[in-house]
Write a protein that binds this ligand. Sequence first.
Ligand SMILES: [Zn+2]
Length: 150
Amino acid sequence: MRLVKRHTKRRYTSNWWTAGVGSGPATTAITLYPEYMHEVYIAESLLDTSIQKCRDEGFGRIKSIKVKIGRASTISVEALIFVFDALKIGSIASGASLIVEEIPTTGWCKSCNGEFSVERDFVFQCPCCGSDAVIIKSGNGLELSELEVE
Ligand SMILES: [Zn+2]
């Protein structure tokens, strides 16, 4: 995660970020948007992580949150932005925009030992040898990449 402040820039590195299951406003949101349950948990977790990081660094407001979402993830970007905008109300991230960068999926084939990158949503077959013994290496999750605070 990269934390961008108004005048100085500092870089934080993070591993692939895993969404946790929370409580609180998300429970209400799930009642309102049951079809977006997956995205509600992710948005809530994103907000919790970002707000905590912002406060830890001594800042009072989040301007934007940038995330990288792999094309092989099951996250609906449209739904995520929708529930994020609903959950951020009343928090220090109320004016924050969620910026989503979709990244390609990379995989490794067990049969031919080849590595590949695809722009498709899901990978079921190795593009080199056609084997279905593929392991997704990246592009199947979500990473909080940058936080803009003031
Ligand atoms: Zn292969």
